[in-house]
Design a protein around this ligand. Structure first.
Ligand code: FA5
Length: 348
């Protein structure tokens, strides 16, 4: 068999093998065996020196041609294996967009945050500013500036966590009043503020008391502010919170920082006044404390009580939430049991 015939046969058998090779490995093996340094084509090219001058270019170019044909055939076979692999992967990883999606659990704001934001919105709508104070507060602002000097018996109404003799964690949001009053510039208009926040008392935890709870304080100071303004403001608030036909009533009470002081009741939102379990058969629900700011409090904040007057009120959003949702134990708000919390979806 001539060299040319040998090369021709090699081409045919190799092309056949390439065709039948199912994997990249098989193809690589053929490349090494046939086209590699120890392969038959290299051998032919090496043996060229023994050929006659006439035969040499013919065999040489034929061997090169066959090497090119086989190299190309191997590359082509590799490409089609790669394409098939890609095709297979795409088919396996394809996404069925018609399958139902995985439901992501979304958190909600805590029910107390929801109530506080609702109350804030009502007052912001009436032109109040929202002021946040300090949870760690000075005795001076928490008590003294609220007309409760040291040893005043009414300090017993708010059993206090003291950090030092002069520093405590606030027992109510009223110190924010004192701080805001001393900096307010009345030449720019009346003072209308609310201050929502956390407060702390050494109360023994039970169904209606928590040692940590929330308050929202309200304060308005201007010339000629009267009890009528207080009553009208609270009436609007209660109607927005508990329904358009709510009424309120004021009962005399005592707070050292207001004079006169009142307890405010709202007509029962459940029975409308007839008597039920929510209002303990009275038709009325006690909802907050309020009054006209005591002249001493104004004076201590640098406001002339002969020129200015004001009203203040303080309510407990925890108790409001309990009433509205029929929660019978305040401690549930603080236990963070998701089965409880999830019931209050609010706005998402
Ligand atoms: C005050 O703290 C006054 N600073 C409110 C005030 C402000 C009156 C301005 C007049 C003018 P009182 O101690 O009553 O008042 O608390 C107000 C509200 O906080 C109560 O009506 C109640 O809703 C809530 N509250 C009081 N103690 C607790 C407690 N341990 N757990 C939950 N809520 C409480």
């Amino acid at each position: 068999m001539s060299l040319q015939e040998k090369l021709e046969a090699l081409k045919e058998t190799t092309l056949l093998k390439i065709k039948e090779s199912p994997t990249m490995n098989d193809l690589n093996q053929i490349r090494v065996e046939v086209l590699g340094k120890k392969g038959p084509i290299t051998e032919v090219l090496r043996g060229m020196k023994d050929l006659s001058a006439k035969e040499r270019p013919k065999v040489g170019s034929y061997a090169n041609e066959i090497r090119d044909i086989l190299t190309e055939a191997i590359e082509e076979a590799k490409s089609s294996i790669e394409a098939a692999n890609l095709e297979k992967a795409l088919a396996e990883e394809s996404i069925d967009v018609t399958l139902p999606g995985k439901k992501m659990d979304r958190g909600t704001r805590h029910v107390l945050t929801q109530i506080m934001e609702e109350i804030e919105d009502i007052f912001v709508g009436m032109g109040y500013q929202v002021v946040e104070g300090y949870e760690v507060e000075k005795d001076h602002y928490n008590f003294e500036r609220m007309n409760l000097p040291k040893d005043h018996p009414a300090r017993d109404m708010q059993d206090t966590f003291y950090i030092s003799e002069e520093v405590l964690i606030r027992t109510h949001t009223s110190p924010v009043q004192a701080r805001t009053m001393e900096t307010h510039d009345f030449s720019k208009g009346p003072l209308r503020m609310i201050s929502p926040g956390k407060v702390f008392r050494r109360d023994t935890d039970d169904a209606t008391h928590s040692h940590q709870f929330h308050q929202i304080e309200g304060l308005v100071i201007d010339k000629n502010i009267t009890m009528g303004d207080l009553k009208g403001t609270l009436e609007v608030m209660m109607q927005k919170m508990f329904g358009e036909d709510r009424q309120i009533r004021l009962r005399p009470s005592y707070f050292p920082f207001t004079e006169p002081s009142v307890e405010v009741d709202v007509s029962c939102f459940k029975c409308g006044g007839a008597g039920c379990n929510v209002c303990k058969q009275t038709g009325w629900i006690e909802i907050l404390g309020a009054g006209m700011v005591h002249p001493n409090v104004l004076e201590m904040s640098g406001i002339d009580p002969t020129q200015y007057s004001g009203f203040a009120f303080g309510l407990g959003p925890d108790r409001v939430a309990m009433l509205r949702y029929g929660v019978n134990d305040i401690r549930q708000f603080y236990q963070n049991d998701v089965r409880f919390i999830r019931q209050f979806k609010g706005e998402q």
